[in-house]
Design a protein around this ligand. Structure first.
Ligand code: FAD
Length: 538
């Protein structure tokens, strides 16, 4: 390991060992939940000088934060619904992320198709987007008639359309966003451990004083104390909160997506159109060298402890959305590489029966010393984190002053200095690994620094993740540190021999351990990232 490398998540075993021997049991802040909300809180807590620990029951980002639609957006529909505040905050955060993390968060054009006789029409969209762009401080929307739209999306059925309005928002790899925020937090002194479940809150005189941690790799629970405990467990938030307040506020809503090979529909922009059945907006968009169709929006009544997955009705719904629009390029289940589903932690209201009518705002509650935060979006994670932290301030010592508000440290080398022959790819690596990008690339043998065919990932990233990014299972590596298992056929089976060599060297796995990990991974992939059996219908 080169000396300029932060130990990142290699602290995990050391920290747990310390806790077992009675050290590191007292903290200023304990954050429960290792999604984007928890990561954002850790980032903001450590820069204020707090001793902060984040605990995640599964892998980092394994909840909703690796399963979103991956858009960093102002939320055009919030503006159309008159929610100026949420739009304004989202747009200013979008611009901040684009400026701070290029290569991780990148601008992309959205084409919103205009259906004849349906709202919004061309002029209504022009008004909405003038306001949208004005709030963001950019001017980037234009009208495309059917002919120009057809050039952009060859084969698109246009008989029912009055062209489209194009505007810009941004795309991200959500899981890498969480990892990058954690990396920054840990470099600034924060601690984060995955596969560490909080089973209970520690109460004294009815007040929350800490947590009981199901200790990783052991049956002994560890009792940790903190001046402030923040419950950032997203869709699971009611569970811990219900230990101090019986109110149920989370309405879990599932959204699912399909991934098809890029060559079947090589889009470079996002196409938004209204689903023929229910007139909901559905997206077709490029992501990680593939094309994605998403999403659905329905109540998720399944057990939250079982990973969310797409059902057959959703598969049919998304295929229909695609096939109605591209009748000459009809796709079937056999064309699908993989799928993913996530559960939105939406704060339920009494009034909205239709899931899509629920607001996507976040909420913060304070109950007997427990701060709970849930809801919201990836895009506004920094503001959500600040709201949660502000609610915890009365329980905390005074914060240290700081001046630099950036979430991400700017790497001190240019893309051409990192990979002279491919600066665009280098920018991607700088966005994902920040100041660690050079160390990531150079700590692997030359042959691992090439892109894996058909993807933008390289094996050097897998080696780096195994060595430095808290990988415990093969699925951490293939589904979250990289997305190889989602974008390659059969869950990237063809990479297994190369990955076995990497995991053996970096994680010390022997053959038996490797076999167990492959079995676990293939079972997870089949159940939650491929398609349900076609005959498995109600
Ligand atoms: P999570 O990511 O779910 O994190 C909570 C974590 O808490 C989980 O990892 C869980 O394992 C952990 N946890 C639970 N209980 C415990 C415990 N007892 N002990 C320890 N850990 C525990 N937002 C956007 O901005 N753009 C989008 O395009 C977008 N698209 C979306 C599409 C879909 C289908 C969905 C579902 C959401 C989308 N969102 C989008 C919203 C966004 O993904 C979420 O708001 C965000 O990821 C929530 O992050 P979180 O950290 O609050 O929750």
């Amino acid at each position: 390991m080169s000396s300029d490398v932060n130990p990142l998540f290699t602290q995990r075993d050391k920290l747990v060992a310390e806790m077992r021997s009675g050290g590191s049991l007292d903290w200023d802040i304990i954050i429960i939940g290792g999604g984007i909300t928890g990561a954002g809180i850790l980032r903001e807590a450590v820069r204020r000088g707090y001793r902060a620990l984040l605990l995640e029951q599964g892998d980092f980002s394994s909840g909703t934060s690796s399963r979103s639609s991956k858009m960093i957006h102002g939320g055009l529909r919030y503006l159309a619904a008159g929610d100026l505040k949420l739009t304004k905050e989202s747009l200013s955060e979008r611009e901040r992320l684009l400026a701070e993390a290029p290569g991780l968060v990148d601008r992309i054009s959205f084409f919103f198709t205009l259906s004849k006789g349906l709202f919004p029409g061309r002029w209504a969209m022009a008004v909405i987007l003038t306001l949208y762009d004005f709030i963001a401080g950019i001017r980037d929307h234009r009208y495309y008639n059917n002919r120009r739209l057809g050039e952009r999306f060859p084969g698109l059925q246009q008989g029912h359309l009055n062209g489209a309005t194009a505007y810009s928002d941004a795309m991200v790899d959500d899981s890498r966003l969480v990892l990058r925020v954690l990396q920054e937090s840990i470099a600034a002194g924060g601690k984060a451990i995955n596969y560490s479940k909080v089973s209970q809150l520690l109460l004294a005189d009815g007040q929350v004083q800490g947590v009981v941690l199901d200790a990783p790799d052991s049956s002994d629970a560890i009792r940790l104390r903190a001046a402030a405990v923040i419950n950032a467990t997203g869709a699971w938030a009611d569970r811990l909160r219900n230990q101090v307040n019986p109110e149920q506020r989370i309405r879990p809503l599932r959204g699912s997506h399909l991934i098809i090979p890029r060559n079947l529909m090589p889009v470079t922009d996002v196409l938004t159109s209204l689903h023929p059945e229910d007139k909901r907006g559905v997206y077709i968009y490029p992501w990680e060298g593939t094309t994605v169709i998403g999403t659905t929006d329905l109540d998720h009544s399944e057990d939250l402890d079982i990973e969310a997955s797409i059902n057959n009705a959703e598969v049919d719904y998304l295929l229909q959305a695609f096939n109605v629009q591209f009748p000459q390029q009809v796709i079937s289940r056999a064309d699908i590489i993989s799928s993913w589903a996530g559960v939105r932690p939406v704060i339920g209201s009494e009034s909205a029966k239709d899931p899509s009518k629920e607001r996507r705002d976040h909420a913060v509650w304070s109950d007997n010393g427990l701060i709970t935060v849930s809801g919201g979006k990836l895009t506004t994670f920094r503001l959500i984190a600040l709201d949660a932290l502000n609610a915890a301030l009365p329980q905390l010592p005074a914060a240290q002053p700081f001046t630099d508000e950036r979430v991400f440290t700017t790497p001190d080398l240019t893309p051409s200095e990192l990979v002279a022959e491919d600066p665009q790819w280098a920018q991607r690596l700088l966005g994902r690994y920040g100041i660690q990008a050079k160390a990531m690339l150079h700590s692997a043998p030359v042959e691992e620094r090439q892109r894996i065919a058909g993807t933008d990932f390289c094996l050097a990233e897998c080696r780096w993740a195994a060595r430095h990014e808290g990988v415990v299972h093969l699925d951490d590596l293939l589904l979250r540190r990289t997305r190889l298992g989602m974008v390659m056929a059969q869950g990237a089976m063809e990479l297994l021999p190369a990955l076995e060599a990497i995991c053996t060297a970096e994680l010390g796995w022997d053959q038996d351990h490797w076999r167990l990990e492959v079995k676990r991974y293939m079972s997870i992939w089949k159940r939650f990232y491929s398609l349900p059996e076609d005959n498995d219908r109600p």
